[in-house]
Ligand binder design. Structure first.
Ligand code: DOR
Length: 426
């Protein structure tokens, strides 16, 4: 029968506008976008005062399925995505077993299609078992549905392997997403090397460990002509290197996460393991540089790096707890609060960085509301103030640095392929 969204403020990510409009959804697609559409037996949802945006796209999540489903699975991860306004996510391969075979690609695609609340696209591993030794069969993985290649969670230590991976991905018109940290320099250390690590008497992960590998991968991309996408950029140095490489014409895109332009290493002292993440939260100078790089487009898109861990794991001492934080259910609100509210970005600019731009990097047709296009969208109240309570998350993960924070802007409705995947208060 279709759904009619009345009187919303519609985001056009391509033309960067916000206009009062109605949207009619029929048969899984957007059948009309216009003012004053009359309801003809459609379910009508009043969106007065709300923003209607394309479904958000997160190109960097960890759903832990198969094998680590006590942390998260495709059902709960995709439900968390829907609650955050996302309709498409790309999931990293550091599962158990690793997503390194066509069968694993099929597993993710089929489980998400039959039981999920959003589109879940698998990212194939770069090396077999993420062991850094043997390249996976990029061709077979791509044919089976891999949307990109990455060993995220584990840096690809060998420059030879990374060079081969870039060439193999290029031949398939796919990208490599690189987790840039020199493994030998960061070991399993918990925090940034600096003031806080010294205060705690812990060894730290130095910024140079990230900068070095970013420099290496930018040089390899330049040399091979392949495209590299730099994951979760956290340092001033990396941002500067990427900016320069773009100016030199290197085929590079890059992402960051809300935690890197909102918080610094000081959070470790207040929130302990909840603030432990790889790469680590850095200094105020890094935070400012990351913000600047988001605003000038050096960092193309915003992702969550949604990395759920169990309560028991995060209750361990700082040096023994796993790294990572969940983000799907707080990302839009955090970005509205820290980027839009202070006037750094407009709503359409932010939404593009969380939908159209990452979709484009992955070569997907998503991130824009178009008549005839998929009915993938979210509706949010840009002014609702709420307090983050991890106990209310759809995710199995409770590990967030945003717990207790007051954020402005709340997702009220998410629709994926014309089906309501999340609805709250509208
Ligand atoms: O903190 C992190 N956690 N960084 C990563 O790159 C991986 C992730 C995880 O899988 O837990």
């Amino acid at each position: 029968m279709g759904i009619l969204l009345k009187n919303g403020c519609v985001v056009d990510t391509q033309n960067q506008t916000l206009s009062p409009m109605d949207l009619l959804l029929e048969g899984g697609v957007i059948s009309a976008i216009a003012p004053g559409i009359a309801a003809k037996g459609h379910e009508t949802i009043d969106c007065t005062g709300k923003v209607i945006a394309p479904g958000l796209v997160d190109m960097h999540v960890h759903f832990r399925d198969p094998g680590l489903t006590y942390k998260e699975d495709i059902v709960t991860g995709s439900a968390a995505a829907a609650a955050g306004g996302f309709t498409t996510v790309a999931c990293m391969p550091n599962t158990k077993p690793v997503l390194d075979t066509p069968e694993q690609m099929h597993y993710v695609l089929e489980k998400s299609k039959s039981q999920g609340s959003c589109r879940v696209l698998p990212i194939g591993a770069v090396t077999v078992g993420q062991q850094g030794e043997t390249l996976t069969d990029f061709c077979a993985l791509s044919e089976a549905g891999a949307v990109a290649f990455s060993d995220d969670g584990v840096p690809v230590t060998s420059a030879v392997r990374m060079r081969d991976a870039l060439k193999a991905a290029k031949a398939l018109h796919k990208i490599v997403i690189s987790h840039c940290e020199d493994g030998e320099m960061v070991k399993n250390y918990a925090v940034n090397e600096g003031e806080v690590s010294r205060q705690l008497g812990l060894p730290g992960r130095p910024a140079i460990a990230e900068d070095l590998m970013v420099a290496r991968d930018l040089m390899l991309a330049a040399e091979t002509g392949a495209h590299v996408h730099i994951a979760h950029v956290s340092t001033k140095g990396s941002a500067a290197l990427i900016r320069q490489a773009k100016a030199n014409g290197v085929s590079v895109t890059a992402e960051t996460c809300p935690q890197y332009f909102i918080y610094t290493e000081q959070e470790i002292l207040k929130k302990g393991t909840m603030a432990r993440v790889n790469p680590p939260l850095r200094t105020e100078g890094d935070r400012q540089a990351i913000l600047e790089a988001v605003l000038d487009g050096t960092l193309d898109c915003i992702v969550t790096d949604h990395a759920p861990h169990s309560v028991e794991e995060k209750a361990r001492p700082l040096a023994d707890a796993p790294s990572g934080m969940v983000g799907l259910e707080t990302s839009l609100a955090a970005c509205l609060t820290f980027l839009v509210k202070p006037g750094y970005l407009t709503v359409p600019q932010l939404i593009a960085k969380m939908s159209l731009v990452p979709a484009g990097i992955l070569g997907l047709e998503a991130g824009a509301l178009t008549p005839g296009g998929a009915a993938d969208l979210c509706v949010f109240d840009p002014s609702e103030v709420w307090t983050v309570n991890p106990a209310e998350f759809r995710s199995k993960g409770r590990n967030t640095v945003f717990a207790g924070d007051q954020l402005t802007g709340r997702v009220m409705l998410t629709i994926c392929g014309g089906a309501v995947t999340y609805r709250n208060g509208i």
